[in-house]
Design a protein around this ligand. Structure first.
Ligand code: SF4
Length: 377
């Protein structure tokens, strides 16, 4: 995380409501939720925030979901007021909210910005209506273009667009077209994720019963390479496996997760990591609303687990593992006992050692899961 955030915490707030579930989604979110349940949820969320003043400055806030942009400006202002009352938000606090292109207009975004929200993350996913339909998104490409104009008209100066590769029916060329459209819009930040086929989702069932097929693995790998090349050529820094930013616009909140910054999570299924302990709220919305579902799971991170997590998270980033920092955390050199594995991946061009840091190359990032497994203690 950037130096100014070193002693600050992050805050995550979960809004578990969507217009309709996307076919690939296994996030904790519900569709067709009535106004009354939503009101009760927000009331409990504000109570949870009010009961927890960490006494530390907050460097970043991220309101995610679900679809936070389903909330009205008044509902969002209740949440922001609860935060303001209980936490010391830094003057340069990065304050992000996720929006779905089917749920925003200029007036709503203007209202959100007036509350102090200063970063908008929008799920574009694809510029192809056929691909959007294949994954069950509620919006079309026309909706996306309208929503993007609305963000800019409202004065949003820090915008992320998400896209996906590996969508049913997607080709290298159609993915290139999505990237080209994103670049023509000129967001400050782009996230390009590989579609994850999650068990239990409608898409998973369709793929398993053969009614839908996904791009082949080599096609998906090419799409990752296309993203790296296209976005780097356009001046975006590839600073994490799936994330690219113009200078000065990395997502400080997510960067904090990858660098071990402490954070508090509020809302359904939200996780917290504080003083070496990980907490998780219930995923049962009725239990949560009753006030009994906070921090039900609690796990003290042991030193072996801490080292595994440190390696897994740091190697996701372009900065990788700093040897002095690793030694300060674990009292030994990162390469100790890993000499053979490290040499194998360096000679394969997947890992690099430079300026006292070990980091994955672009090709290594695509294969990160296997490499990181091999480097675990
Ligand atoms: S909008 Fe996001 S959270 Fe909601 S269903 Fe789609 S992928 Fe899941």
């Amino acid at each position: 995380m950037m130096n100014s955030d070193a002693n600050r915490i992050g805050v995550y707030i979960h809004i578990p409501f969507c217009v309709r579930k996307c076919l690939y989604c296994d996030f904790c979110s519900f569709d067709s939720v009535g106004y009354e349940l939503r009101e009760r949820y927000i009331r409990e969320l504000c109570r949870e925030i009010s009961s927890s003043g960490a006494g530390r400055e907050v460097g970043t806030v991220f309101i995610g979901g679900g679809t936070p942009s389903l909330l009205s400006v008044r509902e969002m202002s209740e949440i922001v007021s609860a935060l303001d009352r209980n936490f010391d938000l830094s003057d340069d606090c990065e304050f992000s909210v996720e929006v779905n292109p089917g749920t925003v207009d200029t007036e709503k975004i203007r209202g959100f910005l007036s509350l102090g929200i200063n970063r908008i993350s929008m799920g574009m996913q694809s510029a192809s209506d056929r691909e959007l339909k294949a994954i069950g998104r509620i919006h079309s490409n026309t909706d996306l273009l309208r929503a993007y104009s609305a963000l800019r008209d409202a004065g949003a100066k820090n915008v992320n667009l998400d896209c996906m590769y590996g969508i049913p029916g997607q080709t290298r060329d159609s993915f290139r077209a999505t990237l080209d459209e994103m670049l023509s819009l000129g967001p400050e930040h782009i996230s390009a994720y590989g579609l994850m086929l999650e068990e239990g989702t409608p898409l998973y069932r369709s793929v398993k019963n053969g009614s839908v097929s996904l791009p082949e693995e080599d096609e998906e790998c090419d799409m990752y390479r296309i993203a790296v090349e296209t976005l780097s050529d356009a001046g975006y820094e590839h600073y994490e496996i799936s994330n690219y930013a113009r200078t000065g616009y990395i997502c400080r909140h997510n960067y904090g997760y990858w660098n071990g910054t402490e954070y508090l999570g509020f809302g359904l299924a939200a996780s917290s990591f504080f003083s070496g302990v990980r907490y998780k709220n219930t995923e049962d919305i009725n239990l949560y609303i009753s006030g009994a579902g906070r921090r039900l799971e609690c796990e003290q991170i042991q030193s072996d687990e801490a080292e595994r997590e440190y390696i897994m998270l740091r190697l996701r980033t372009a900065a990788g593992i700093d040897q002095a920092d690793f030694a300060a955390h674990f009292g030994r050199h990162f390469a100790d006992g890993r000499e053979g594995v490290i040499a194998k991946y360096i000679s394969a061009g997947l890992l690099k050692e430079e300026s006292s840091r070990f980091f994955l190359t672009d090709a290594g990032m695509y294969l990160s899961n296997g490499i990181i497994c091999d480097l675990m203690p």
